[in-house]
Design a protein. Sequence first.
Length: 217
Amino acid sequence: MLKKQRADYILARLNELYPETPVPLDHKDNFTLLVAVLLSAQCTDERVNQVTPSLFKLADNPYEMQHIPVDEIYKLIRPCGLAPQKSSAISKLSTILVEKFDGQVPNNFASLESLPGVGHKTAGVVMSQGFGYPAFPVDTHIHRLAQRWGLTKGKNVAQTERDLKAIFPKERWNKLHLQIIFYGREFCSARGCDGRICEICKTCYPNRKNPFITRKP
């Protein structure tokens, strides 16, 4: 298969498997989405969804969150890992949103990435899932699958993002990013597949003899 053939097959198969792509992080607006995505760094969505109800019961908007002591935020989000950095970031970004953005989550990458604890991937998720802007947030899971499927040779998530954007239609980016995540969790996890086991890996590379070694981002 040529790369374009692999991409077309993957696009069609993922659409068959996951015609609906609900946002896996529970939220009610763009502020709670932003906080949830920030918390999801190096943490499962399931764990985040267990933590956020208590946090958002305490404060679910930046006006209230900015006044919550960092220690209180820390106690609630500690199960997510990296809690000291995340609790500080949530507190600081809430103050910035109130002071600079009238309490609203900004709808552009530059402003989002200027917020504490918000990197390009987090900004991409908020832009795509919160504002519907075409984006292709790439995490380590998407990076791994894109390599296994021969869609990129990128050594980092930035290059992988560029390669995926180049080969897939722009109007599919937002949905496809979630479909790849869903498939990776169900069929092509880091330990569950080595590039020769799941359906898509076997279809894309039926003659692959050895385990595929992913280039770490």
